[in-house]
Design a protein around this ligand. Structure first.
Ligand SMILES: [Zn+2]
Length: 113
């Protein structure tokens, strides 16, 4: 017999994007509730083109393609959140969860006896 445990999160559990520079290790979190990410605007201030600390290239590799994809994806996530958690969502005949990999769930470390 095989026993399998699946893990799910709600879309509302996702609160921010986190960027970590591969060159200087500085990190930057950007809330999904940021107004520009919420709207899915593609003409942003290019704030993730380069590291704010060491100024090495982050997403400014092949034009603005990565930035546009990230901006559209976060805009879509925010629109889906608004739909799923709005007052009219109570009328929906379905709930929505995201399944995550088992290894993404923090393991509890038991103390040595
Ligand atoms: Zn950096």
């Amino acid at each position: 017999m095989m026993v399998q445990t699946k893990h799910f999160i709600e879309l509302s559990d996702i609160v921010a994007l986190r960027f970590a520079c591969k060159f200087c290790d500085v990190t930057m979190s950007l809330s999904l509730s940021n107004e520009k990410l919420k709207s899915g605007e593609t003409q942003m201030d290019h704030f993730w083109d380069k590291c704010p600390n060491c100024h090495r290239d982050w997403l400014d590799i092949n034009g603005a393609e990565y930035q546009q994809i990230l901006t559209r994806a976060t805009g879509s996530l925010n629109r889906l959140k608004e739909l799923l958690y709005s007052e009219t969502a109570a009328k929906l005949g379905v709930s929505f969860l995201l399944e995550i990999k088992p290894e993404a769930v923090p393991r509890t470390i038991s103390p040595n006896p």
